[in-house]
Design a protein around this ligand. Sequence first.
Ligand SMILES: [Zn+2]
Length: 256
Amino acid sequence: MANSLGNVNIQPYFLKTPDRYMIDQERLHHNEAVYAYGEYSFFFLFWGIDDFRAGIVDRCPYCYDSDGGIESSIADVYGQGAEALCPYCYGTTYWDTTATALPGLKARIVRPCMWQTTDETHKKVAQGNMTEVSSQVQSISDFRMRSGDFVFRADKTRWRVQPRKTDIVISGFQAADDINAMIGYSYPEVRLEDPTSVAYQIPPDTDTGQQILNISTVPNYPIDFSAYEIINGPLIGGAFANTPTIGPSFEEPPSS
Ligand SMILES: [Zn+2]
């Protein structure tokens, strides 16, 4: 006879409890490796359509007007900003009206990271000769970048994030998400941006940024970069990072 447990009698009736300590330990090892062999970089996290839908951000007042002018007509027709190189929202069209600094960014943070760059490849394309450089980047686990975000390296180069790889450890029976199972993120392919890219419009300027990032390791402990950081939104955002809502309790029968 079917019941709410289904055909459970033909299966081993045991659900293993996840080992929470395992996640914390793995995250720690992972972060330690990055601090041991990495370097500091700036990470620029952008607002996205999900933040806009959630009502956290508005449209950019500089390139995505809704005043009925020509720029707003362009925005309506194409569903994008009138300026791809908008120096305020950096082309995303999103704008945090409550932010006190850099409203066009979700966050600007400095984190340690490890780079593994490939050699340049030269390509002949319609625009002429192009040089392509890509790299892998790995950083610590307290933030998550999305494709389209930028990284600013101490050698003055700026890079665009492509896909992200989330490393998780499943240690028991659970609905796994970034909070309870993630041990780190890596970015298997970030691409070097051309100097004309909007990536280079995001402050700090390249020389200042290099001075901030290119530090001596003495006195051999992590440096506080909070003076250079701006955090306007959650560093791990998106559906998977949300705390799951608790389902209806079995003690309380549903009211009918
Ligand atoms: Zn804009």
